[in-house]
Ligand binder design. Sequence first.
Ligand SMILES: NC(=O)c1ccc[n+]([C@@H]2O[C@H](COP(=O)([O-])OP(=O)(O)OC[C@H]3O[C@@H](n4cnc5c(N)ncnc54)[C@H](O)[C@@H]3O)[C@@H](O)[C@H]2O)c1
Length: 446
Amino acid sequence: MATSDIAKPDLAPQGKKRLLWADQDMPVLARIRDRFAREKPLKGLRMSACLHVTAETANLVRTLQAGGADVMLIASNPLSTQDDVAASLVKDYAASVNAIHGEDGITYYKHVAAALEFNPHVTMDDGADLVSAMLFIAHDRLDQLGKSQQPVLDWAKKLTADQRKTRFDSVLGSMEETTTGVIRLRAMEKDGVLKFPVIAVNDAATKHMFDNRYGTGQSTIDGIIRATNSLIAGRKLVVSGYGWCGKGVSLRARGLGANVIVTEVDPIKALEAAMDGFGVLPMADAAKIGDVFITVTGNKHIIRAEHFEAMKDGAMVCNSGHFDVELDLEALDKLTRQKTADVRREVDEYQLRNGKRLYVIGSGRLVNLAAAEGHPPSVMDMSFATQALATEYCVKNKGKLKAAVHKVPIEIEKYVAREKLASMGIAIDTLTKEQEAYLTGWEHGT
Ligand SMILES: NC(=O)c1ccc[n+]([C@@H]2O[C@H](COP(=O)([O-])OP(=O)(O)OC[C@H]3O[C@@H](n4cnc5c(N)ncnc54)[C@H](O)[C@@H]3O)[C@@H](O)[C@H]2O)c1
């Protein structure tokens, strides 16, 4: 077993309770775990997973281990790690975990280097950080590794140029959990640099339709409430991006009585938001009237200097998109006379030179993970069931999938949906022979 780097090993008993509590609400994953334990489809595999280190992820790790895999888990975000869960995974489940809540950029990439050193056959990413590190190394583009990625650079420099080129030849595939990661991977495929197949788990309906919409929807609002203890009813809440996550956030905020305003760049999504009954405005106008701002676009600098300057005194700003680039916090710093960190846990106060105060929640990082506990287990049950089965599919098809971004097979999605319905006690109809013939032929009707 490889080494671990965690903050608080003593918290293992608390972490175990937490992950077992989540497990009760993850019945589909538990079912897969039972089958994996019998069939061992991942026997002898080394897996490096770069995911949010939470109770739900711990249950995915247990499932992969039941299938026979040796798993190393590292954090995909410095603020989402639950130190007690990390401790339990190491102590109670013999996993290697390299993740510390609040770790700095250098430690983050030290952990990425540990995941590479583990020499995985299969990797999992939430944002494509592992795959991009592997590709920069394999293509000898070391100059493109940023300053905080120094530990990865140091690790790569211990290898010869030939070793770098072939080091990841034994990787048979990778799974990607989030929208931003899939976007990056498609760009890698387009540039012809991908060296192994990648399964876009995010793009499975059993992932984004539920996890991004209901999971991010609920937990983003949960993060804002836990951080600020604000009443949502009656507030003007500005949601940037009306994709799967943005729809979920907008719906849940409306349910709590907020007056929701959407900002978009896609005319179809903007129209959908308008017809769903939300206000739609450009950010320049929304900035003047919003009480709470949430970006969830997967894009950068959605809220910029001119928007911060226009905001009302006391406005709160946060992000639930993957990277901490949606709010231009460098521009905000330049407008600021005085910054007071942690006026509440995960809330920083910015006193602007124009006399107004703004509050940034979760340092501009995923607010649902920084200030709450991320997606609830019931929805991660579907995402991680899809992850586990996609991994099995990737292993079974070793050598047959080309180096490209692949869809999750529809049979996997249907299995996950059927099992989830069954666990909820919901039955549905099946097509009659006559209906099947009607839907597959053209002679009937008119
Ligand atoms: N917080 C979480 O736990 C969590 C969970 C899942 C996904 N994500 C992340 O959330 C982000 C959004 O994911 P999604 O699945 O909703 O993506 P999506 O592609 O369905 O939606 C993104 C939307 O943002 C819009 N957009 C892009 N640039 C914009 C701009 N400048 N102003 C306004 N709108 C803009 C796009 O038109 C699109 O409609 C991604 O970064 C994804 O990785 C976060």
